[in-house]
Design a protein around this ligand. Structure first.
Ligand SMILES: [Zn+2]
Ligand SMILES: [Zn+2]
Length: 119
């Protein structure tokens, strides 16, 4: 492997169960990709400072990315409230944000700017 690996954890919530989890993201070239996901307590996430992490990129998943640890959904949605939820609870393209409660129709996005902060 060449060079030091840059990795962060960003916080997400399961849209189906509303439980929190962390997504481990790794910088590859100029992109950020998702490599791992694990359940985490919201308090602990905040304590670790994960809620303040900011990444931007395609956020593609690696082949061994396990998906949402609560409902196994592979995808995720970035809400206009700048928080991530898994796409497990989507019915007919309607996403219900597990953070702010917004409900809206999904649109495909190529790039994401993710920042945490205050919940
Ligand atoms: Zn989920
Ligand atoms: Zn939201």
């Amino acid at each position: 492997m060449a060079g030091p690996l840059k990795a962060e954890v960003v916080i997400a919530r399961c849209a189906k169960t509303k439980k929190t989890y962390g997504i481990r993201v790794e910088q590859r070239k100029n992109d950020w990709i998702r490599t791992w996901a694990f359940p985490i307590d919201e308090k602990k996430a905040k304590h670790e400072g994960f809620d303040a992490n900011t990444v931007s990129g395609s956020m593609k998943a690696t082949d061994d990315f396990p998906g949402c640890p609560h409902c196994k959904a592979m995808g995720f949605v970035l809400c206009s409230c700048k928080k991530i939820g898994c796409d497990g609870g989507i019915i007919k393209n309607l996403y219900n944000c597990p953070w702010c409660g917004n409900r809206y129709e999904l649109q495909a996005a190529e790039n994401f700017n993710i920042s945490g902060g205050g919940y």
